[in-house]
Design a protein around this ligand. Structure first.
Ligand code: ADE
Length: 418
């Protein structure tokens, strides 16, 4: 079996951590039990380009239990947990191509190694495999049943391919399931971003001013958790509806140029480019901390920061100082890469349970229906979303009411009024 990881000897540590994650992934465990019985993925080759974390390990184990042969590569050069990668190779006998801190060349070599297995289904977190399948690895696209996409940024890229009429196969936008983005993007990013800030800086958040750029589901989560720790939150937005939501949620809303001189901590979660650049950094207070939890490292102009810095040096793991000619020092977390996975462990397993239940069902759906599907971006059927929510509630020991026949009739009647 070919693989490329940092150190196979880390497998024991990785195995223990995967087992811990698995304990909190009850919905995925139920899906795995069914997959083991029904083997719906028998003979299917799956290539996953995901963050190589304990939670992703539980997902690919589930696909393997369903009969798939799986290969895994990283969806970000800094998010790989090297012990997890080792355990997946040694314990699960699944090939992994990923090393934490790999450079761009190694990153793409690993993606290509995963594609060399000629997958029927690809799973992306950021659309990098699909992007290769539409550029340098086009020859493989004809054999693909379809792909799944985990994140908002990836879905945006895929919809752009679809709009231009270039998409070659169906894609399931896992991100768009409600049991994914309501929970993973909001509570997952909210908690893991704070986790990454704390691990890399160990600062006290209470009383600080936290500037959150972007008030989508991720921004809502980060703002709520920062507020919960006692921060004063400022939100910056370009979308007037979201800006209004932030304002009525009780936060200050203003332009980044204004917020720049007020913030102690800045978090970008916009999914867009050049949110914080040198002009903002020059206005920042001495000691301000900047980090990004958006998918790509484009939100903070790190090169621009380096250009205006007279000195750049490491301070702690995943924290660098940029000393400006004004004498102020600004700190950057995880080189502007997604800090919740680079400086922490990503979202907790209990929330990834729902995201990856959607992934597992999306792979099954593609295998079952790919012949009927068009080269379009699809959302998983609503019943599956509801099933995942129901199973998650049950696993948390929570029961909910059911509609009575009279209530059902009331909802379907148009005659009843005042
Ligand atoms: N994305 C965010 N958190 C993650 C995690 N823990 N595992 C895989 N992908 C993630």
């Amino acid at each position: 079996m070919k693989y490329d990881i940092r150190n196979i000897k880390l497998a024991t540590a990785g195995k223990m951590r995967i087992n811990w994650a698995e304990r909190q992934m009850n919905v995925l465990r139920l899906i795995r039990q069914r997959f083991r019985r029904e083997r719906p993925l028998r003979g299917v080759r799956v290539a996953g380009c995901l963050h190589v974390t304990t939670e992703s390990a539980v997902l690919i184990r589930t696909l393997k239990a369903g009969g798939a042969s799986v290969v895994l590569c990283a969806s970000n050069p800094l998010s790989t947990q090297d012990d997890t990668a080792a355990a997946i190779v040694r314990v699960d006998r699944i090939p992994v191509f990923a090393k934490k801190g790999e450079d761009r060349r190694s990153y793409y070599r690993h993606l290509n190694a995963a594609l060399d297995t000629r997958p029927h289904v690809t799973m992306d977190d950021g659309a990098d495999l699909v992007s290769l399948l539409h550029s340098s690895r086009k020859s493989l696209a004809g054999k693909i049943y379809g792909s799944t996409e985990e994140t908002t940024t990836g879905v945006i890229r895929l919809r752009s391919l679809e709009r231009k009429g270039l998409l070659r196969f169906p894609v399931m936008a896992v991100n768009d399931s409600r049991t994914k983005h309501y929970f993973d993007n909001r509570y997952g990013t909210g908690q893991s971003t704070i986790d990454g800030i704390l691990r890399s800086t160990n600062i006290l958040v209470a009383g600080k001013t936290v500037v959150v750029a972007g008030y989508g589901w991720c921004g809502k989560g980060v703002a709520a958790r920062a507020h919960g720790l006692g921060a004063n939150v400022i939100v910056t937005e370009v979308n007037p509806v979201r800006a209004l939501e932030a304002l009525l949620d009780g936060y200050r809303v203003m332009r980044m140029t204004e917020a720049a001189s007020l913030g102690d901590i800045f978090v970008t979660v916009t999914g867009n480019t050049s949110i914080i650049g040198p002009a903002h950094v020059r206005r920042m207070k001495n000691g301000a901390i900047i980090g990004n939890s958006g998918h790509f490292d484009v939100e903070i102009d790190v090169r621009g920061m380096a250009r205006i810095a007279r000195r750049r040096y490491p301070v702690r793991p995943f924290l660098e100082a940029f000393e400006l000619s004004s004498g102020r020092t600004i700190y950057l977390i995880a080189a502007g890469r997604l800090l919740n996975l680079a400086a922490a462990e990503g979202h907790p397993a209990a929330v990834m349970d729902m995201s990856f239940a959607n992934q597992a069902l999306a792979v099954e759906y593609l295998v079952k229906y790919h012949r009927q599907l068009k080269p379009q971006v699809y959302t998983l059927p609503d019943e599956l979303d509801m099933t995942i929510a129901r199973l998650k509630l049950a696993s948390l020991g929570t029961s909910i009411d059911r509609l009575t026949p009279a209530q059902r009739a009331y909802l379907s009647a148009w005659e009843l009024g005042t």
